[in-house]
Ligand binder design. Structure first.
Ligand SMILES: Nc1ncnc2c1ncn2[C@@H]1O[C@H](COP(=O)(O)OP(=O)(O)OP(=O)(O)O)[C@@H](O)[C@H]1O
Length: 306
């Protein structure tokens, strides 16, 4: 096999378990005959730089080893100045985080044998990529690519809380506790949203812009989402009361929430969001800033291994 794989390994993901387990995974992957090189990430956003370097050096398969945050940084490293560095390169995901929401839609397992199978015999699938423009905490406008979900409102507020606490309880419990604690203090906001040519001006809870189906450590927020259909599925949680939210919250895990009268669903390619109050944005499980945001889809942009 002449295909060389470059792994970007985030040793602090999954509360440090990835760093401890990687030497064994490395041996197992190499023993299967895969030609593997790797680098550890040393600081936030390092994975983006390492990916750019690996692609420029000619590697065509990049393996993200970490959580959804690492996957997002690796995805961002596929691009340089708005262009894919190599249109023939593909992303493979060895999900070692706490949330693992992206692979739930793609349908890849988390164990090393499944990853070896994907690296050796996996098929290439073209998927849509989202690009979100928003305001960083430092005050400057920036852009970030995403593969899974971007959301504005209670989900982003929960991520802000969860990413600043230990995720030792693993994804499901960390996000469940985070969401319930956030709900107590969260206030619905006056949003102005434009989805292609539709404009909505209303007090709302949240806007979820989904390419994948899951977020928040296993919540099936957009059961209809398809990563290759060229559209976002946009879920708007309306001006719901805390009691109503709490009552219906368990349904989100099963994906049976969509018939709630305060939920709206749109398909769209171009979304602009602003609010009278401060509102946080989440991108693939990271919480990098606030709105105003402009979010666009790049249809069938990226090759992933499935
Ligand atoms: N060496 C490092 N030291 C500190 N932080 C790092 C390092 N390398 C990467 N990071 C940061 O670690 C954060 C968490 O990574 P990641 O999201 O992959 O893991 P996780 O939080 O365990 O998983 P998930 O998002 O799926 O719950 C990212 O924001 C990333 O920028």
């Amino acid at each position: 096999m002449d295909k060389k794989v470059f792994a970007i390994v985030n040793p602090v993901s999954a509360n440090g378990a990835t760093g401890k387990e990687w030497p064994v995974f490395e041996k197992t992957i190499k023993a299967s005959g895969i030609n593997l090189d790797y680098a550890y990430t040393e600081y936030p956003m390092h994975a983006k730089f390492l990916t750019q370097e690996a692609l420029k050096a000619g590697y065509k398969t990049i393996l993200s080893v970490g959580g959804d945050g690492t996957m997002n940084e690796v995805l961002n490293g596929f691009f340089y100045e708005g262009m894919l560095i190599n249109e023939n390169a593909s992303l493979s995901i060895f999900s070692r985080g706490t949330g693992c929401d992206t692979i739930r839609t793609i349908g890849i397992d988390k164990d090393v044998d499944s990853i070896i199978e994907v690296l050796k015999f996996g098929k290439i699938k073209l998927v849509d990529v989202g690009i979100a423009e928003f305001i960083q905490y430092e005050g400057n406008t920036t852009q970030r690519y995403f593969l899974n979900v971007s959301d504005i409102g209670i989900g982003a507020q929960t991520t802000y809380r969860v990413n600043r606490s230990s995720k030792a309880l693993k994804g499901f419990l960390s996000f469940l506790i985070g969401a319930l604690s956030t709900m107590i203090s969260y206030k619905n906001k006056d949003f102005e949203i434009t989805i292609d040519d539709i404009t909505i001006n209303e007090k709302l809870n949240s806007i979820i812009i989904a390419n994948g189906k899951y977020f928040g450590g296993g919540m099936k927020i957009a059961p209809m989402a398809d990563m290759s259909d060229g559209y976002f599925d946009i879920i708007i949680i309306g001006n719901i009361s805390k009691f109503d939210f709490l009552l219906n919250f368990p349904k989100i895990y099963k994906g049976t929430h969509m018939n709630h009268p305060k939920l709206l669903h749109y398909k769209g390619k171009k979304i602009k969001i602003n609010a009278k109050q401060k509102a946080l944005i989440e991108v693939d499980g990271e919480q990098p800033g606030v709105i105003e945001a402009n979010i666009n889809i790049l249809p069938n942009k990226l090759k992933i291994l499935v």
